[in-house]
Design a protein around this ligand. Structure first.
Ligand SMILES: Nc1nc2c(ncn2[C@@H]2O[C@H](COP(=O)(O)OP(=O)(O)OP(=O)(O)O)[C@@H](O)[C@H]2O)c(=O)[nH]1
Ligand SMILES: [Mg+2]
Length: 317
């Protein structure tokens, strides 16, 4: 299929292949059980396949769409051998994801006409926000962009220090205040400082845990409003980080967050070391919001721009 002939960077592909190892070995062992003793894709096989997809965290709705597509193929082709199931799945999942016009990026890039480009990173605690910010800062710096970080997670002293460690590691400036200070004030200072330094990209870290959800959402709204005093159309990107290793929980978080506050893109982290990587397929099918980045390790280079073709290609290789 020509769709798969595009050439992606070899290192990126190797990192992705490795990051998806656990997901793939679990998926394919279930898949081979699902077709054991069967030569033809029949109703039994389709039932088993449905179970495999659901238990691989693809999500019920997306699974049903995939099964429907395969049923249509079975009806048309009359005979489909089970040995073809792998490539059929790959084609149908790729086809399904291709119906949305997102997830086609291949490089870390930002719109040329927005300077500074302000990214506000949100998500519940422990999902990988600060780590993702560090990795993003490294990637943007590599492409020659001037990056400034803002430590607006003032809830814990360790959170500020953790962002500082990343800033030092990447070699970018950070704006910080004391623990317990007003996050909106830190965000304001960061934008002021970023504009003064002629920054290309400003990334704002936020707290994942506050006393309750309403407080958290109010806090995020306030941060946005205050940032707009400096850069009228900020934030340009509200990036929701989701922990892929929590599978269906990540789905739920995405639903709740997008209902409560405006989110413009998603990052799914910790795909390495989990068998739940199928969740990315479901999330990119079901949310109107694009999955922009995926985290495939703890290292500085273990963040990738999500590309659905690459992802499906790596998954079914
Ligand atoms: N294996 C793996 N670990 C990751 C990835 N992304 C983040 N982590 C780890 O997940 C843990 C939590 O990451 P943080 O970046 O501190 O998460 P956070 O959302 O900022 O957490 P809070 O500040 O507590 O809200 C850390 O140990 C990270 O190293 C990833 O893609 N793969
Ligand atoms: Mg953090």
């Amino acid at each position: 299929m020509s769709l798969f002939k595009r050439i992606f960077s070899k290192e990126k592909k190797e990192t992705l292949d490795k990051g998806l190892e656990k997901t793939k070995s679990s998926f394919f062992s279930k898949l081979s059980k699902a077709v054991a003793g069967k030569t033809k894709v029949d109703d039994d096989v389709l039932d088993n396949l449905e179970e495999v997809l659901v238990s691989s965290d693809v999500g019920v709705e997306t699974t049903l769409k995939v099964i429907e597509r395969i049923e249509e193929r079975v009806a048309k082709d009359k005979y489909l051998g089970t040995e073809e199931l792998n490539s059929i799945l790959r084609e149908e999942i790729a086809g399904l994801l291709a119906e949305t016009n997102v997830g086609n990026d291949t490089d870390f890039c930002i719109p040329a006409n927005k300077k500074p480009y302000v990214i506000m990173v949100v998500g519940v605690n422990g999902v990988g926000k600060t780590t993702t910010i560090g990795k993003l800062a490294a990637q943007f710096t590599k492409t020659g962009k001037k990056v400034v970080l803002g430590a607006a997670d003032t809830f814990r002293a360790a959170a500020i220090d953790q962002l500082q460690v990343w800033a030092d590691r990447v070699g970018v400036p950070i704006v910080r205040q004391e623990m317990g200070s007003d996050p909106a004030s830190v965000a304001y200072d960061t934008l002021k400082s970023g504009v003064a330094q002629d920054a290309d990209v400003i990334i704002i870290d936020t707290a994942g845990r506050l006393h309750n959800k309403v407080n958290l959402m109010n806090e995020l709204t306030k941060i946005k409003r205050v940032m707009q005093k400096v850069v009228a159309d900020a934030p340009h990107d509200v990036l929701l980080v989701l922990d892929g290793s929590t599978g269906q929980n990540a789905f739920e978080q995405a639903k709740q967050f997008t209902k409560a506050t405006e989110v413009t893109s998603l990052a799914v982290t910790k795909l390495d070391g989990t068998a739940k990587g199928g969740v990315v397929i479901g999330i990119s099918d079901q949310f109107q919001i694009p999955v922009k980045y995926i985290g495939v390790g703890e290292g500085i280079d273990d963040l990738q721009v999500f590309n659905k073709i690459e992802f499906v290609d790596s998954f079914f290789k």
